[in-house]
Ligand binder design. Structure first.
Ligand code: NAD
Length: 485
């Protein structure tokens, strides 16, 4: 039985290739079942993929043909939409996450490629006459070979916002998928292969360990840009590796985002927003998780009581089961890490919900944690400062607007923030004084293909989505023409 599982090969230069490094196994975090194998690639495999990408970038008209790029990406988008149920099923098997989240992710991949397919024909520069008889053209060109490294927590959606603009702008790409979710990414190789408008080698997919395979992509002199999504400490290492040839970098890193609930807010909506959209979505394994819930003193007691009613009723289980809201965490290592933070939280704050692993019946086979809530969390506590990446919420009461802003900004991160209030002045102060790349007022998690997102401070560099998210993948060139008199 074990021998019948799929063994994904690398997709290099339009061919499916085996590595000399052998295979690694991917098992379900929900029940331990062996799902598939993939190549434990070597540095040589990565070098072959980079060489293929360089050759096709230099030798084909891809970089100069926006019409072909629009057609190719549109076809890809249509094919993903057609296959989205299958992709979602695979994603839920390998990550354990609720099927509705996986379906949304697969559709987001389709929508993001469709959006950037349109923008491929809208890459404009400027022209000007800077002095008499002199014409300047400011044009945008593709960067060249772009390396893309993605994490496991939302592998399709996070790949989409890098690969779609990179290809739309005319680059060649080499992708290093996250190992836990390599299968759903490698399935995309079959779709790329089936679309004749993509030159062979314009997209390369190479699986294997972050170090040395991802590290080689970040380091290699023939890679012009690296787009990395993942942990802040890995991002720092990517920056170091990329400094060898001063490649362009785009970093989308961690977060420890505040959700601020004022006493004047629509209480029911604020509760729902804080609980569902933040700490427990995707079992808290989401960079934008609003895990620091700051609640104004006047409604703090009431807020905690409602949280204690709602959170224990959330259904935890494998994402393919009906009604499941919270899946497992991705791995045994992640389980140990989150459990460590929960134990730390018991010393630093007041545990009000959860705080333990779930092992009843079938749950014993997976990495399930009870959704956990701490109250009276000191702003300087470790659980309030470090990214937990598990289903853990920390509530902290605050006195007034100034204190809320101070606590909100008391972090090395700056990815997103949310506030619930009916007072436009408070909303505007939060929007202008909280240092984060996205601010949501009376809502949470709204991300559109046409609106930029990205991190302040140690949450990243550069922006994803929108026009700026496309221009990240271009170089500006100035051409000056002297006009003879
Ligand atoms: P990770 O940093 O451990 O791994 C991310 C990717 O980098 C994986 O593919 C991994 O194999 C690769 N990698 C690891 N070490 C490497 C190295 N030395 N050189 C090159 N590549 C290397 O992160 P993770 O655990 O997969 O993902 C969770 C993290 O991602 C969290 O911190 C989360 O906040 C962050 N994240 C951020 C965003 C965002 O938009 N800001 C989105 C999702 C996830």
């Amino acid at each position: 039985m074990a021998e019948q599982v799929t063994a994904y090969k690398n997709f290099i230069a339009g061919e499916w290739r085996e590595s000399e490094g052998g295979l690694f196994e991917v098992t379900s975090p929900a029940n331990g079942e062996l799902l598939y194998r993939a190549q434990r690639s070597t540095v040589d495999d990565m070098r072959a993929a980079i060489a293929a990408a360089r050759e096709v970038f230099e030798m084909t008209e891809w970089r100069d043909d926006p019409n072909a790029r629009t057609v190719a990406l549109s076809k890809f988008s249509d094919a993903v939409r057609e296959r989205h149920q299958d992709l979602a099923t695979r994603l839920t098997r390998e990550s354990g996450k609720p099927i509705a989240i996986s379906r949304g992710e697969a559709l987001r991949l389709a929508e993001t490629t469709s959006y950037f397919a349109g923008l491929a024909r809208w890459i404009f520069g400027r022209s000007q006459i800077p002095q008499p008889n002199s014409l300047s053209l400011i044009i945008r060109e593709p960067v060249g070979v772009v390396g893309i490294i993605v994490p496991w927590n939302a592998p399709l959606a996070l790949l989409a916002r890098a690969i779609a603009p990179a290809l739309a702008a005319g680059n060649a790409v080499v992708v290093k998928p996250a190992s836990y979710t390599a299968g759903s990414t490698m399935e995309l190789g079959k779709i790329f292969e089936s679309i004749a408008e993509f030159p062979r080698g314009i997209v390369n997919l190479v699986t294997g360990p972050g170090d040395p395979v991802g590290a080689e992509l970040a380091r290699h002199d023939d890679v012009d840009m690296i787009a990395f999504t993942g942990d802040t400490s890995t991002g720092r290492e990517i920056m170091r590796l990329a400094s060898g040839n001063l490649k362009k970098i785009s970093l989308e890193l961690g977060g420890k985002s505040p959700t601020i609930v004022f006493a004047d807010a629509n209480f029911d909506r604020a509760i729902r927003g804080a609980i569902n959209a933040a700490s427990f979505y995707n079992a808290g394994q989401i960079c934008i998780a609003g895990t620091r819930v700051l609640v104004e003193e006047g409604v703090h007691g009431q807020f905690v009581e409602r949280v204690k009613e709602i959170v224990p009723k959330m259904k935890v289980g494998p994402g393919w089961e009906k009604g499941v809201e919270v899946g497992p965490v991705i791995s045994e290592a992640q389980l140990a890490k989150v459990t460590g933070y929960i134990e730390q939280g018991k010393k630093e704050a007041r545990l009000v919900v959860g705080g333990h692993r779930l092992t009843d019946g079938e749950l014993a086979k997976g990495y399930f944690l009870a959704p956990t809530v701490f109250d009276e969390t000191p702003p300087d506590a470790r659980i309030a400062q470090e990214e937990i990446f598990g289903p853990v919420m920390g509530i902290t009461p605050f006195r007034d607007l100034d204190e809320a802003i101070r606590i909100a900004n008391n972090t090395k991160y700056g990815l997103v923030a949310a506030a619930w209030t009916r007072d436009i002045n408070k909303a505007m102060k939060i929007a202008t004084r909280v240092r984060a790349g996205s601010i949501w007022i009376n809502t949470f998690g709204k991300m559109f293909q046409s609106t930029e997102m990205g991190g302040f401070k140690q949450s990243g560099l550069g922006r994803q989505y929108g026009l700026e998210g496309l221009f990240e993948y271009t170089e500006l060139k100035h051409v000056n023409i002297q006009i003879e008199k």
